[in-house]
Design a binder for this molecule. Structure first.
Ligand SMILES: [Zn+2]
Length: 134
């Protein structure tokens, strides 16, 4: 299953065509992957932040996994917001629906087929529960 990410998350270069791997490809090369990793390691504040996010919000420490985790979380937020909007008072419901629409638009714009049909009703999943055994 492709993720629909077509450009390297570090340098923006087009990604080589996907091979059969258990993990989705996010970088054009090992060099870019390690560059980003080094960049993170050289910034103690970022590392501290990653530790905090893992402890408090269960965001994976691995940058690639963190990206996927957050995309799924945002996708789920859209679905939850829509559902809550249907039960909320009208004055709040329109605002929630608007936020959901903006968020969905941004997800579709930047990650296209990553989210695919994931934004249909009743498809909310748990972040981290979609690892595909990787
Ligand atoms: Zn790259």
């Amino acid at each position: 299953m492709g993720l629909g990410i077509t450009r390297c998350l570090h340098c923006g270069a087009p990604l080589p065509s996907a091979e059969r791997t258990t993990r989705p490809r996010l970088y054009c090369s090992d060099r870019c992957r390690s560059r980003l990793r080094r960049w993170c390691e050289n910034l103690p504040a970022v590392e501290h932040e990653a530790e905090f996010l893992e402890d408090v919000f269960h965001v994976p420490r691995d940058p690639d996994e963190a990206v996927l985790y957050e995309l799924l979380a945002l996708q789920n937020s859209v679905i939850v917001l829509r559902s809550v909007a249907r039960r909320a008072r009208p004055v709040v419901a329109t605002r929630l629906a608007d936020i959901a629409a903006v968020l969905e638009g941004a997800l579709r714009k930047h990650f296209g087929s990553v989210i695919g049909d994931g934004l249909r009703e009743g498809t909310a999943g748990r972040p981290g529960g979609n690892g595909g055994g990787a």
